[in-house]
Design a binder for this molecule. Sequence first.
Ligand code: PHE
Length: 367
Amino acid sequence: MENIEDLQNRLLAEIAAAADLKALDETRVAALGKKGCITEKMKGLGALPVEEKIAAGKKLNLLKTAVENAVEKRKNELETLELNRRLAEESIDVTLPVRPETQGRIHPVSKIYEEVVAIFGEMGFEVAEGPDIEDQFHNFNALNMPADHPARQMQDTFYIPNPDSADFDDSYVVRTHTSPVQIRTMENKKPPIRIIAPGRTYRSDYDATHTPMFHQVEGLVIDKTTTMAHLKGCLYDFVRAFFEVDNIKVRYRPSYFPFTEPSAEMDIGCKKGKDELKIGEGNDWLEILGCGMVHPKVLAAGGIDPDEYQGFAFGVGLDRLAMLKYGIPDLRTFFESDLRWLKHYGFVPLDESSMTGGLSNNGGLAR
Ligand code: PHE
């Protein structure tokens, strides 16, 4: 029979030669398992005379420990080898461009939408939404434009018949602006309110700077001490961040909207050349948005006490912002779904807009 020394040499050699964890475990079981050779030898001790039993038991215990240690050592070695193999095999070249085959492009309006949400999100605004098909109460009446109000003619409205009523006042509209979301927000939320509402809007109009469907972002802030100074600071910060011009010039001109009092329009400084437009410097002005302090009647229509609360609102044309920022001359091309146009003016999908990572990522322009 194999003596203990030979057995130890054989087992240690087998363990050292085990090619993988499975082979190692088989060797371990063959030695130390229930029916393993060392276990069998241990069982055999009982039959020996006492003197021999002590000496043989000692030797077997030493053998067992030596085998256990060897198994543990080989196991660590094999695990390290396996890890190194995986690290080598699964290594990635981080200098490779990300999905160079990407064909799709983000539409400039979607890009501007993300940029605007990123800027106002940073300032603590939430995004609110409302339906495209509105009733006249939310689109007009609650915004201080009753049925006979001349301001209704300011907007060329598309009306939609109401199947349940022949009365024209009950007909629906496709919203002419995002301002009805002001009312819907007031109806559902208690002040303090700080929301922007981006979305589609519709008017019967069609030329190089007007399309029947276009996009706006509404802004609404209501609190007990909100003032015109807050409006000015907030919108100044917005245009600075949006056009990425730190010392951009702005001015506010008095204006009229039925739902704000006082009302203003905001212009940004620019230089209009023959074929180019430079934003932020020069002696020309570009109108970019309408704004004002929310009219007390509008607060009341939204269920908010105008004696306790006040606030400001603004409305910006998203498409117009896209035209200005990215130098796109004709608004109608936005909605023609021409792939060549989208390839030229669109954005690489993986460049997300954020205030910290960069807003427009001009490097991501497909051009
Ligand atoms: N709703 C206005 C428009 O479409 C813009 C606006 C919104 C003006 C909010 C003032 C306050 O022209």
